[in-house]
Design a protein. Sequence first.
Length: 112
Amino acid sequence: MKFITAIIQPSKLDAVQESLSGIGISGMTVSEVKGYGRQKGKSEIYRGAEYDINFIPKVKIEIAVSNKDASNAVENIQEVSNSGKIGDGKIFVFEMSKAIRIRTGETGEEAL
């Protein structure tokens, strides 16, 4: 099993969700986060005054998938989230040793 974390632009969330649903991935956790990478923030003008925004708003998606679905999920997220511009985000893939569905006690891939 794999645990995939993707940090993407907020405007891409709906497209990613639709894409993942289309390949049979039915659950995800989404969080609004802030951060920066190579982008290093941005400058904006408000009422004539320029100010710096150091932390850019992003969306963090977390999904748990079977090993056979992991590469397809990563490819879908990358394809849909890519605008070709700096700040598109990152995808991290981790090994997941155990999953348990609390309600039924199912474990492993059955719990996903």
